[in-house]
Design a protein around this ligand. Structure first.
Ligand code: NAD
Length: 285
């Protein structure tokens, strides 16, 4: 029988653990982890993500600051807020919600964040540390996928892993994390030939393409672990993943649903990164 991984339960467990550690950190060292979240514009999904991140902070006892800026905010204004937050001793993590409006250079914004406060793990410094096998802050979604597998006792070492999607926020950093954990990793993308042949070899298959139910039953090997990162919105507003869940589920040993699989883990790992940033920044001072 396949095990349907409950990301909400694992994320709740992580928040519970962090809350307990925050209490101890405050008591022993007088430190309260602080996260600043910046939203530019009115993208409805981004607004929901930002609200939930602030709620998570409240739940675990973090200090948080939320910046909601209008769509026409100029790049230099955003840079000056980041500069202020880089110097704000109460803030240990800075997150700029992506995507940013077209007129703002997202790379320039990410580059401006102090890498020690880059709790999204997107700064080239953090990407480079991951690449060299000595990670500092790791990108939250792939980090959450690894955590989800670890907490279910899914062995990574020596496994054939296939990732569909090569983005900087999911596919590429996940490939590096899995290599560090001694998996054999194949990364597929829109120009991969004979995709089904490749995915069928996967003992662990990760779908991160953003394409509605593109992973069909015949693309999955018997007994595979299937991780669905996709969050796609149907016209009726419901969410659906990259995996055709109903036709794939019975072939798997473990599978993550959408919603309620990888999604909640992304936010949980943001809290983990912020907690770690607080302990490391404070010991560096
Ligand atoms: P992206 O558009 O930046 O990258 C998609 C990647 O998939 C590209 O590398 C592309 O080459 C590949 N791809 C697309 N269609 C393909 C196809 N038919 N065959 C093979 N490769 C294909 O997307 P992203 O930002 O990495 O996000 C991917 C999905 O994951 C989206 O649905 C997104 O909403 C979701 N996502 C979820 C979380 C979460 O917390 N669960 C976080 C980030 C992204």
């Amino acid at each position: 029988m396949p095990i349907i991984i409950n990301g909400n339960d694992v994320a709740r467990e992580i928040r519970y653990e962090i809350k307990a550690k925050v209490g101890a950190l405050q008591e022993q060292r007088g430190i309260i982890p602080g996260l600043a979240v910046i939203l530019v514009g009115k993208d409805p999904a981004s607004r929901i993500y930002v609200r939930r991140k602030t709620e998570d902070c409240e739940e675990v006892g973090f200090f948080s600051r939320e910046f909601k800026l209008p769509e026409n905010t100029e790049e230099h204004r955003l840079l000056s807020i980041i500069d202020e937050l880089n110097r704000d001793g109460r803030i240990h993590g800075i997150l700029v919600q992506l995507p940013l409006p077209q007129h703002i250079n997202a790379n320039a914004i990410i580059d401006a964040i102090n890498p020690r406060k880059d709790v999204d793990g997107f700064h080239p410094y953090n990407m480079g540390r991951l690449f060299t096998g000595d990670p500092f802050h790791q990108a939250c979604t792939p980090y959450g996928i690894i955590e989800l597998m670890d907490r279910h006792g899914i062995k990574i070492e020596g496994k054939n892993v296939v990732i569909v999607g090569r983005s900087n926020i999911v596919g590429k950093p996940l490939a590096m994390m899995l290599l560090t954990r001694h998996a054999t990793v194949t990364v597929c993308h829109t120009r991969t030939k004979n995709l089904s042949e490749v995915t069928r070899r996967a003992e662990i298959l990760v779908a991160a393409a953003g394409s509605v139910e593109m992973i069909k039953g015949e693309m999955v090997r018997d007994g595979a672990v299937v991780i669905d990162v996709g969050i796609n919105r149907r016209e009726d507003g419901t969410l659906v993943g990259d995996v055709a869940f109903s036709e794939v589920v019975d072939k798997t040993s473990y599978i993550t649903p959408v919603p309620g699989g990888v999604g909640p883990m992304t936010r949980a790992m943001l809290l983990t990164n912020t907690y770690n940033a607080a302990t490391r920044l404070s010991s560096a001072q």
